[in-house]
Design a protein around this ligand. Structure first.
Ligand code: HEM
Length: 130
C-alpha cells in the first residue's frame, strides 16, 4: 500500500491552467486535468478554481453523491497537515449548539404561558367563585 502524498497550497497553485489543473476540495488534492472536458458543470468553472482551495464553491453547487464518488478517481493526495482547514460538508447537523438553543427557546415560549394560564385559572376560581 502506498502512502498518501502530501502537497502544500503553494505546490497546488502552480497547477492552474488547462495543461495541469489541480484543485483542493475538503483538504484533498485532485488533478482534474483529464476531467476538464468531461465535467458536467463545464471546464470554465474548474479552470477558475484551478490552483486553489475550491471547497466552498464545490459545496455551494451541492454536488451529488455520484459526483463525490467520481472525485476519488482524480485524487492525487492531501493537503499538508499545517494547511488543512475544517471541512464544512453541506449535511444538516442536528446536534449543533444552535439547533439545541432554538429547540430550548421554543419549549420555553410554550411552557411559560401555559403555566401562567394554569396559575391564573386557579387564582380566579379561588377568589371569584368561592
Ligand atoms: C473533482 C472535482 C469535481 C467533480 C468530480 C465534479 C463533478 C460534477 C458532476 C458529476 C456534476 C453533475 C451534477 C452532479 O452530479 O452533482 C457537476 C456539476 C457541476 N459542478 Fe462539478 N465537479 C467537481 C468540481 C467542481 C468545482 C471545483 C466546481 C466549482 C465551482 C464545480 C462546479 C460545478 C457546477 C457549476 C456544476 C453544474 C451544476 C448544475 O448544473 O446544476 N465542480 N460536477
Amino acid at each position: 500500500m502506498s502512502e498518501t502524498k502530501k502537497y502544500s497550497l503553494a505546490e497546488v497553485k502552480a497547477h492552474n491552467d488547462n495543461n495541469s489543473s489541480w484543485v483542493v476540495i475538503n483538504n484533498n488534492v485532485y488533478d482534474v486535468t483529464p476531467f476538464l472536458n468531461e465535467h458536467p458543470g463545464g471546464e470554465e468553472v474548474l479552470l477558475e478554481q484551478a490552483g486553489r482551495d475550491a471547497s466552498d464553491p464545490f459545496e455551494d453547487v451541492g454536488h451529488s453523491s455520484d459526483a463525490r464518488e467520481l472525485m476519488a478517481k482524480y485524487k492525487i493526495g492531501e493537503l499538508v497537515e499545517s494547511e488543512r482547514k475544517q471541512v464544512k460538508e453541506k449535511i444538516p447537523d442536528w446536534s449543533s449548539g444552535n439547533e439545541t438553543a432554538t429547540t430550548d427557546s421554543t419549549l420555553k415560549s410554550w411552557v411559560i404561558p401555559i403555566i401562567l394560564a394554569i396559575i391564573a385559572t386557579i387564582v380566579y376560581r379561588f377568589y371569584f367563585l368561592s
